[in-house]
Design a protein around this ligand. Structure first.
Ligand code: ADP
Ligand code: MG
Length: 396
């Protein structure tokens, strides 16, 4: 992969960087700035080399329209604090204000273009439209650095098309992510356990097919567990369920048996009357979830089993919280998995925006994990063994 060094002397040059600043917000307060922190090494490196840095990023899903609630203003402020260098936020993406901001940029300064997804061409399926935006962006700079790991699985103007128009390189974050995730997936030290959870069930079922040929153990919690329990013939009450995926999951269970892959499902769940922080709840066996309750976490017996399995592994990859960890009553499973991984004698990788945020919000020391990925979908696609367009375009 092409590195920043291949771009030559950057003093006085303008460098366009794609970063991932898609942080969780509560109003205009950033509740987890992990992605901004992860972007700092590349930005500092470029500033130290004397470059003028122009950053592109998205926030939320504005769907190609200018929506003030998705402005990067809170990000610009936080970035300036963390970076200790001036960050000028443009009022548009490639309009007059962006042009003026970029042109007035001095050595050692950063310009941040407004939310790149305010422009519908960014995510367009029409290549010509994406190229048009990429060409406008390319005029802002002499070189391009791809460092938004969270978006490298997307064929988008600021990720993919732009790399074909300028001398391009992978940033430090992207390099670190790829190295760590490949270490877990290409040739893992065994036993290799993968822990899956979260709420995007059908998105994540795809990864399982690939893992059935790679992992030694699959630990399934979170919303996904209920489709598995249903596939085993249990009723799951009001829990998250993807009924149409039940046959696929049944096939996975058979394949796992044939391949000698151990699938570990919850044996008990914390079941609540409603999806709420103060909902009444009880612990029930996984094969006896009452019809009027929903499973919002794996239960204490399951937590113990999951922790033991993790402790026995040499490589552990985790994507997706075990329960609704945002509510204290349903955070136990996610805590148990994070604790076992942080204490275990294993190469431990966490992927997924919410999983990574959970590790930090629940107070774990990030340095006790081998790698905490900033990318959800991108890390999953790497686990799946897919080729990512935003990476392929940077290979030399
Ligand atoms: P990630 O971002 O780590 O890939 P997802 O986005 O797939 O994870 O899922 C994260 C969300 O899943 C969290 O907000 C959490 O509350 C939710 N979740 C976990 N378990 C359940 C469950 N049993 N029912 C409903 N939601 C769940
Ligand atoms: Mg998520």
């Amino acid at each position: 992969m092409k590195t920043i060094d291949t771009l030559g002397d950057l003093r006085g040059k303008r460098v366009l960087v794609r970063s991932d600043f898609n942080v969780p917000l509560d109003g205009d307060r950033i509740t987890d700035d992990g992605r901004i922190r992860a972007a700092l090494p590349t930005l500092k490196r470029l500033l130290d080399a004397g470059a003028k840095v122009v950053v592109m990023a998205h926030l939320g899903r504005p769907k190609g329209e200018v929506k003030p609630e998705f402005s990067l203003a809170p990000v610009a402020k936080r970035l300036e604090e963390l970076l200790g260098a001036p960050v000028k936020l443009a009022k548009d993406v490639v309009g007059d204000d962006a042009k003026a901001t970029v042109e007035s940029l001095q050595e050692g300064e950063v310009a941040l273009l407004e939310n790149i997804r305010f422009d519908p061409r960014e995510t367009s399926k029409d290549e010509a439209q994406r190229e048009e935006l990429a060409k406008a962006l390319a005029k802002f700079a002499d070189a391009y650095v791809s460092d938004g790991f969270g978006v490298v699985h997307r064929k988008q103007a600021s990720v993919y098309d732009i790399a074909k128009l300028l001398p391009s390189a992978a940033g430090l974050l992207v390099l670190k992510e790829i190295e760590s995730l490949r270490k877990a997936t290409d040739n893992p030290e065994r036993p290799y356990a993968v822990v899956l959870g979260g709420s995007k069930v059908s998105d994540k079922l795809g990864v399982i097919a690939n893992l059935l040929t790679k992992a030694d153990m699959l630990l399934i919690g979170g919303g996904m567990a209920y489709t598995f329990l249903k596939a085993q013939g249990y009723e799951v009450g009001k829990s998250l369920l993807e009924e149409d995926q039940v046959p696929t999951v049944q096939r996975y269970l058979e394949e796992a048996k044939a391949n000698g892959v151990e699938i570990v499902l919850p044996v008990d769940v914390v079941a609540a009357e409603a999806f709420a922080a103060d909902a009444k709840f009880e612990v029930v066996d996984a094969d006896a979830i009452p019809a009027d309750l929903m499973g919002l976490d794996i239960g204490p017996k399951s937590q113990e089993i999951f922790a033991e399995k993790i402790a026995s592994a040499k490589t552990v990859a985790w994507n997706g919280p075990m329960g609704v960890f945002e509510f204290e009553a349903f955070a136990g499973g996610t805590k148990a998995v994070a604790k076992a991984m942080s204490e275990g004698d294993c190469f431990s990788v966490v992927g997924g925006g919410d999983s990574a945020a959970a590790v930090r919000l629940l107070g774990f020391d990030e340095s006790t994990f081998s790698h905490i990925s900033t990318g959800g979908g991108a890390s999953l696609e790497l686990l799946e063994g897919k080729e990512l367009p935003g990476i392929a375009v940077l290979e030399d």
